[in-house]
Design a protein around this ligand. Structure first.
Ligand code: URP
Ligand code: ZN
Ligand code: ZN
Length: 413
């Protein structure tokens, strides 16, 4: 299908200009004001008064994630539908093998699970144990086109790795020119704090943030940076939520070490007051890392402006109330995660661009271009240029929406 988009304002990470765009066979083939189109046009869209952005790339989502409380409540079809509705056209999800399964087997299985995605997608692959075969398994994934590997410093009883094994992963990935992304929280310390709280019967959701104080994140960030430096590997720290983490990241970046940082709308816009109240309200916000203080939010916005935080992902990992309720008597059993893939762009546009905290070009940079560059998708994605994929958002800046939080008043156990 060939499409002509007329009269729009094109916004990329570094330019804003008025122009028409011609799309042929899913690619942008012409950009300009008096285009020379020889074919008959299937569809013409008048984008007067609208912005045209490169399709959003969400580098951090968990569709159909297996947990003890069941799968996260979006599969690839429903999650990608939400993503597209909000202007995200590419998702980067995760491959998390079962113990004993090879990385490539898990990758192939995940590809099947993602087949019903309505938008484009890629994966970070997670080594969850170090075996004699892991080095070769990572190399096999690289051969299959995967450049990003994710390790968890928390969740030690399931998918977390110890520091020695993280170092080994970093050495192999670094040598191959790939990138290691990290969930930075000191799992052992968190387990200790959780046990202490349990011994004192402190098991309601308000104690979730108490079990994961900011130092458990920032110490993990510091450790990850040290390991990566020694291993010679580029790293990407997911869901950065707190000031002290930012300090370590900034310091490393100043030395020239390649340390990227991601944050998420929930850490920019919500704070830990959400943990005070009834289970039905507070359990929705059981995410890890937990929501932090208002002061952390300001630091994170500032860090976007300073170029320390490069991307905003969502960590989309929704659970419904039937799943959250499994932890009604013990916050440790509440599945960790919340939704967000649909609202990332509108939240950042509303609270970032319209509040004059970030520019519209920065908005494009953090929602699309940087993720494309860091994860090897650029300039096919994350850009509006001749030859790029025609993953475009036509954005009406005047349209208002309200996010309704559906409240369940009665909980049946
Ligand atoms: O609470 C969260 N973030 N759940 C999803 C898994 C993870 O840690 O990213
Ligand atoms: Zn995480
Ligand atoms: Zn995550």
């Amino acid at each position: 299908m060939n499409i002509l988009i007329k009269n729009g304002t094109i916004v990329t990470s570094d330019r804003t200009f008025s122009s028409d765009i011609y799309i042929y066979d899913n690619k942008i083939t012409q950009i300009g004001n008096s285009l020379n189109i020889s074919e008959s046009i299937d569809k013409t869209i008048d984008a007067k008064g609208f912005y045209i952005f490169p399709g959003g790339i969400d580098p951090h989502v968990h569709m159909h994630l297996p947990t003890p409380a069941g799968y996260s409540s979006d599969d690839f079809e429903s999650g990608s539908s939400a993503a597209l509705f909000g202007g995200t056209t590419t998702l980067i999800d995760f491959v998390t093998p079962l113990k004993g399964q090879t990385l490539i087997e898990a990758l192939n299985q995940r590809k099947v699970e993602a087949e019903n995605s309505l938008c484009d997608y890629s994966f970070h692959v997670s080594p969850i144990e170090w075996k004699d075969t892991t080095e070769q398994e990572i190399k096999d994934c690289i051969k299959a086109g995967i450049t990003s590997f994710k390790v968890y410093m928390a969740y030690k009883d399931s998918i977390g790795l110890n520091d020695d094994d993280i170092f080994k992963v970093m050495q192999v990935v670094g040598k191959a020119g790939g990138i290691v992304t990290l969930h930075c929280e000191i799992g052992d310390k968190i387990d200790e704090l959780k046990n202490e709280l349990a011994e004192n019967s402190k098991l309601s959701p308000e104690f979730h943030p108490v079990s994961r104080p900011t130092h458990t994140e920032s110490e993990a960030v510091k450790k990850a940076i040290e390991l990566a430096k020694k291993a010679g590997c580029s790293i990407y720290i997911v869901h950065t939520s707190t000031e002290d983490s930012i300090k370590h990241i900034e310091e490393a970046q100043k030395t020239g070490q390649i340390v990227y940082s991601e944050s998420c709308p929930q850490y920019l816009l919500l704070d830990d007051s959400k943990y005070i109240g009834d289970f039905k309200d507070t359990s929705k916000f059981i995410i890890s890392p937990p929501l932090r203080k208002k002061e952390d939010q300001n630091i994170l916005w500032d860090s976007i402006n300073k170029g320390i935080v490069k991307t905003i992902g969502t960590d989309h990992c929704p659970f419904n109330m039937k799943q959250k309720i499994q932890g009604i008597n013990d916050f440790r059993k509440i599945p960790n995660g919340a939704g967000g893939v649909e609202h990332r762009l509108s939240l950042l546009f509303t609270y970032g661009v319209l509040e004059n905290i970030i520019t519209i070009n920065q908005f494009v940079d953090i929602t699309s271009t940087q993720a494309a560059k860091i994860f090897g998708l650029y300039p096919q994605k994350g850009e509006i240029a001749v030859g790029s994929d025609a993953d475009l958002i036509i954005w009406n800046p005047e349209k208002e929406n309200i996010i309704l939080l559906k409240h369940i008043n009665r909980i049946v156990i």
